[in-house]
Design a protein around this ligand. Structure first.
Ligand code: HMG
Length: 433
């Protein structure tokens, strides 16, 4: 097959780049320059990044921004955000500043339970399996003690193991559904190691004492963690919502609540609404070295937990008080993984006061709530494009390779004119004539 290669992983970084240039870039040296100009001049730092993944050829930059003025449970934070999309950091900052003047954000961790499963098939009598599980359960836990002893010393470990019968959904399918407390670790490696040990014990003991074939299919943690839950909220009197963008707070509150209700009942809107929330969540999750794919998968599953995809935020107006809140599952770590390896992750965590996993859950949830508040505030007042395009202006100017002097003049021009892609193109062309 054309372009197929064997042993690619064994090549050096330079050889890998050579192969790419030859195969896809006609040996164009400017492509090599492009790739190599992103190398860090500090070779040790570069090697550290090279070794995060496999087949690394260079670095792929994302900007790291910060959103100051987040008052969360009476503590003031500056929140780090790694994201490529313009207006997200500005929106978070604006929402933080707005709520700073209204008592700030309140956040609480509701529960911290993580989940892992050993999936297996068993074709024998269910009753025999139930009896077998009752006898073997304590051994499952004790055989895993070399893995769990350090976590237990810190106060975590295995919480429980249940046998679940899934045969109504799939022939012969059962699972060990295990729950864990992993404290400040996200816990993926810990949980997976425990699960693989459970599977080994299960298999060995079943061979000795269970009639009929028990076949282990796989052992893996679940990224759906509905019992690892955090809630963030803001509340204030309706009249206190007033600011330069909100001359009529009563009408604003009603319209805002209606916008949330629409996302609660209409999945098409809910997806975009939640995407806006994830703008904030993913950016902080990335900046703090956590796994945003795991968070995304778990959060969206939670948004569908009642059988229909819905909003992750909710709003109420009771007795003249406006309340807006978010409840989401988040499995995060502040030790292990990238948290002690990536220099910018260490920087981000230090900026947040070296938070526990619980504190980070609160901070991340607040970033999501703030983002949603800013987006809905814009959507229900000026429309999204005004602020978004104002922030996007620099990207359009860079696309047209505007000089610093052109940028200064055009930024001034668009302070009083609406930014649209065509308006910017027209203004640049006019200036360059
Ligand atoms: P504005 O009122 O023009 O801003 O808002 P301002 O110039 O009056 O400044 C007020 C504050 O905003 C500043 O205070 C900053 O906190 C922040 P200060 O620092 O001056 O004391 N701010 C900035 N921070 C950093 N850099 C900047 C900057 N500018 C303002 N350059 C703003 C402008 C964009 C903030 C506002 O229009 C906004 O919040 N818009 C919402 C933008 C948004 O949601 N973007 C997300 C991308 S769109 C999307 O993907 C999601 C969506 O589809 C979700 C959904 O449908 O629900 C919308």
């Amino acid at each position: 097959m054309q372009n197929a290669i064997s042993g690619f992983s064994k090549l050096s970084k330079t050889q890998k780049i050579d192969w790419l240039l030859e195969t896809y870039f006609n040996n164009d040296e400017s492509s090599r320059k492009l790739v190599t100009q992103y190398f860090n001049s500090d070779e040790k730092l570069q090697k550290l990044h090279d070794e995060f993944i496999e087949n690394t050829i260079t670095n792929f930059y994302l900007p790291l921004g910060v959103a100051p003025n987040f008052l969360i449970n009476e503590t003031l934070y500056t929140i780090p955000m790694a994201i490529e999309e313009s207006s997200v950091v500005a929106a978070a900052s604006k929402a933080a500043k707005y709520w700073l003047e209204r008592g700030g954000f309140k956040a609480e961790v509701i529960s911290m339970v993580k989940i892992g499963q050993v999936h297996f098939t068993y074709a024998g009598k269910k009753e025999d399996l139930l009896n077998f599980f009752t006898t073997v359960k304590s051994q499952l836990i004790s055989d895993a003690s070399p893995i769990t002893k350090n976590m237990e010393r810190r106060g975590g470990g295995i919480l429980d193991i249940e046998l679940r019968d899934k045969t109504e959904e799939l022939d012969h399918y059962y699972q060990l559904h295990a729950t864990f407390e992993t404290l400040d670790a996200m816990g993926a490696n810990f949980i997976n190691s425990c699960l693989e040990q459970f599977a080994e014990t299960l298999k060995l003991e079943a061979e000795k004492s269970l009639e009929g074939q028990l076949d282990i299919i796989m052992s893996i943690l679940s990224n759906y963690v509905p019992d690892c839950l955090v809630r963030a909220e803001v509340r204030c009197k309706i009249e206190d919502l007033k600011d330069k963008d909100i001359p009529n707070p009563g009408a604003f509150a009603e319209k805002f609540k209606q916008a949330v209700s629409i996302a609660e009942v209409e999945p098409h809107r809910a997806v975009t609404h939640n995407k806006g929330i994830m703008n904030g969540i993913d950016a902080v999750v990335l900046a703090t070295g956590n796994d945003f794919r795991a968070v995304e998968a778990g959060v969206h599953a939670y948004a569908s937990k009642d059988g229909k995809y819905t909003s992750l935020t909710h709003c109420s107006i009771d007795n003249g008080e406006f309340c807006f809140w978010l409840e989401i599952p988040l499995a995060l770590g502040t030790v292990g993984g990238l948290t002690s390896l990536h220099p910018l992750v260490k920087f981000a965590l230090q900026m947040l006061g070296k938070p526990s996993a619980k504190d980070l859950m609160k901070i991340v949830a607040v970033a999501g709530l703030a983002q949603n508040f800013a987006a809905l505030k814009s959507l229900t007042t000026t429309g999204i494009q005004q602020g978004h395009m104002k922030m996007h202006l620099m990207n359009i100017l860079n696309q047209f390779e505007a000089t610093e002097s052109e940028k200064t003049q055009l930024v001034e021009h668009f302070k009083i004119n609406t930014v649209t892609h065509s308006a910017v193109v027209e203004a640049i062309s006019k200036m360059r004539k």
